[in-house]
Structure formats: C-alpha cells, structure tokens
Design a protein around this ligand. Structure first.
Ligand code: MLT
Length: 410
C-alpha cells in the first residue's frame, strides 16, 4: 500500500500565487468586462531584449544543422555561459570563482526549492517573516518544519521583519543551522547594508550554519554601497550559497534560466562531525536529477553578457524602476506608508486602517480592478501589509495608481 508524504498535508491548501490566480479568475468570470491590472505576481511584461532574441535565433539555426547540433549538454551548464557569469557578475565585484562552482539551472525557484535536499532533515531552519513562500513550503514538504500552530510552524525560526525594525531581521536567539536570506528582499523590497549582512556571515561562521542567499533582484539595486552578492562580505565563501536568475533582469520568467553558486569552500557536517563540501553534493544532486538547461536557452542567456545585452537589460530595469517610483510616489501622495521600491521592483505598503491584507486585496480587486499580493500570504509578519510589483507596463501602472487614488478615498 503506497503511503503519501504526510508532510504535504501540513501545508496550506494551495501555493500563494495559485490561490491569488484562482480568486482573480473567479472575479473575472463574474465581471467579464472588468479591465483588471495585475500587479500581483512578480512576472515581467516587457519582451526579451533584442540581443537575447538574436542569440536564441542563432542557436536555433545551429540545432538545425547536424554539424552544430547539440544533444545532452553538461548538467552544470555550458562553460561559455558560466565563464561570462563569473567574469561579468562576480569578478567586477572582486569575487573570483571557478567554473565548477557555478551551476546553471532552469530557475531560482527550482534551485531554492531543491537545495534543502542536500541537508539533513533535523537541521533547524530560519526564514525571514514575511518570506518568499518557496523556502518555507519546501522545508515543510521535506519534514523539517514541525506542525503549524497559530500561523507558524513550530520547528521553524521566524525572523520578523516589519516597519518596527526597519525590515532588518535580528539574529536568532536560538541556534539555527540553515538561514534563508533574500536581498533585495521579496516581498518587502528592502535591502541589507554590508554591515548588516556581515552579521549573518559572522553568525554562520560562529555556529556552523549555512546561508542560502537569494539574490534574484540584485540587478535592481540603484543605490551605491548596497551589496549585490553575499560574496562581497569577507568569509561568505565559506558559509553561503547564492542564487541568481535571468528571470528578473532579462525577462526570462517564461524562458527559464538561472544559476546557483556553490563555492567549494562551503562545508557542512557529516554525522560523525567531519566537514563535507556542499559543492560535491549539489553536483551529485544535479547530475542525478537534472539534464541541464537547453543549449538554445543558454545561448540566449549568454547574449545578456554582450555589450548590447548589458545595455538592453539596463534599459529594462530602468523601465521597471520608473514604475516603482510611480507606485511609491502615488501611494505616498495619498498618505500611505510605503517601503521598498528603491532598490527592488517590489513596493510594500501598510494597508490602510480598517483593512487586513486579504480584505485590502478584495477591496482593490473589487473597487479598482487591481491585483496585488496580500502581505499575510508571505507569513504572519506580513499581515497588515500588501505588495505591488513594478513589473507592469508604464501605462497600466500609472492607470492603477490613478484608480487607487480615486477609489480608495482614504
Ligand atoms: C513573486 O511574485 O514573488 C515572484 O513571482 C516570485 C518568483 O519569481 O517565483
């Protein structure tokens, strides 16, 4: 008799963004004429940069010719892409990496979800609260969470981030083994300074912990001094794994390409207390379960690193960050408390008096036909907050803010 993984039953019924999509679909069915503006899920709307399209086309042609056709590629990704990632994204920050420390994948969601497999089930996990739900849900599925009680899993350490602490998580009182950090942060759009981030690296070094650092939004950093990579912090190469993606900087949400950096110096412990490199475990995991990102897609990603590609992604980011400003300024002008949106494409707002996260979601959808994401969906500390993304078109973002101004009558 096959038995299910009971840990799945501990999870709420559906994944946050699936739940929102369901509610919006129901609203659309009931109100077919409503012109809905979607500023909910962090999905890009601009087409792929021209340089990427050129790279993709050329690769398609190569696949049509027996002399240049490719079958299985290296599970870890092609060296042509990895070398450019290292040179452009890391060496410019003073970080050196070897080619076999970077693993190309089909997305950061997969990687941040899968990475927990290489850790023992008894590790104590810490997440910021609010948090990108994948970190928590995948650890619940794996049996690392304990039971849900009053909105929190008993076995997980929640690091509260709210306006009261400027969205800067405090080091945990109890000892934790695996720490998920995402900066620029999803959902709050806030960042950590190098000094703040160093506290976490020092904590991990002192406690034998590992930091899983999601830097999916690093390309959105506008202010100087904000760290783009955790490896800018001394000692981080001994304790941190970093996740990056082409989804948000180059519009690859539907094209799928990302990479994860696992320096060979990052060690965790075996049951007998000796150190073991996580790089070789991740390599073992990927070569067993993954056959690599399509050649065509990796050629598209490689084109991001051409001079034209670099210029074009800068333009994309400026476009979305202009939306972030529109949202921030518009919401502030009607007296709302607004966070994020300066170094990140997410704007995190305090819901107006009288609304919790989900009632504000309903209000915006019903009265203004705007979809956002209820803060409570990201964790208990997200209650009373709401997230809007800057990934819409400039026209629809402006229209959304005008509607909010008119309909909200604060
Ligand atoms: C979000 O809206 O938080 C994003 O879509 C996250 C993701 O990229 O999966």
């Amino acid at each position: 008799m096959a038995v299910i993984n009971e840990n799945y039953l501990k999870l709420p019924g559906s994944y946050l963004f699936a739940e929102i999509a369901k509610r919006v679909a129901t609203f659309k069915d009931d109100n077919p004429k409503a012109n809905i503006i979607r500023l909910g899920i962090g999905d890009v709307t601009k087409p792929l940069p021209e340089a990427v399209i050129k790279g993709l086309h050329a690769a398609v042609d190569e696949m049509a010719d027996a002399r240049t056709f490719r079958g299985y590629g290296p599970e870890q990704g092609y060296a042509f892409l990895i070398e450019k990632i290292i040179k452009t994204d890391y060496e410019t920050l003073g970080v050196t990496l070897a080619v076999d420390e970077v693993f190309v994948s089909d997305g950061s969601k997969s990687d941040v979800g899968n990475i927990q497999e290489i850790f023992g089930v008894n590790n104590k996990v810490a997440i910021t609260d609010p948090v990108y739900p994948v970190y928590l849900d995948t650890n619940v599925m794996a049996g690392r969470s304990g039971q849900l009680s009053s909105g929190k899993f008993a076995g997980v350490t929640y690091l509260t981030c709210n306006a009261g602490n400027n969205f800067i998580p405090a080091l945990p009182e109890e000892k934790v083994d695996i720490i998920y950090l995402c900066y620029p942060n999803n959902p709050t759009g806030t960042t950590l300074s190098k000094a703040e981030l160093k506290k976490w690296v020092d904590y991990a070094k002192a406690n034998g912990s590992i930091i899983l650092y999601d830097a999916a939004y690093e390309a959105y950093i506008q202010e100087p001094g904000v760290p783009h990579s955790i490896y800018e912090i001394e000692g981080a190469k001994d304790v941190a794994i970093e996740f990056r993606t082409f989804s948000k900087n180059a519009g690859f949400t539907g094209t799928r390409c990302a990479f994860t950096v696992v320096p060979k110096s990052v060690m965790a412990f075996t049951a007998d207390g000796s150190q073991y490199p996580l790089n070789s475990l991740w390599n073992r995991r990927q070569t067993t379960k993954f056959n690599g990102v399509p050649y065509i897609i990796q050629k598209g990603a490689e084109a991001v690193y051409t001079p034209e590609g670099q210029q074009q992604i800068k333009e994309l980011i400026s476009y979305y960050m202009a939306n972030a400003k529109t949202i921030r300024d518009g919401l502030k002008s009607i007296g709302l408390d607004v966070f994020g949106g300066v170094n990140a494409p997410y704007i995190w707002l305090k819901t107006p008096q009288g609304y919790d996260s989900w009632s504000f979601f309903d209000k915006l959808l019903t009265d203004a036909h705007i979809v956002g994401t209820p803060g409570a969906g990201f964790g208990p500390a997200g209650e009373g907050y709401f997230r809007l993304t800057a990934f819409g078109s400039q026209e629809s973002t402006k229209e959304a803010i005008e509607r909010i101004k008119v309909k909200l009558s604060l």
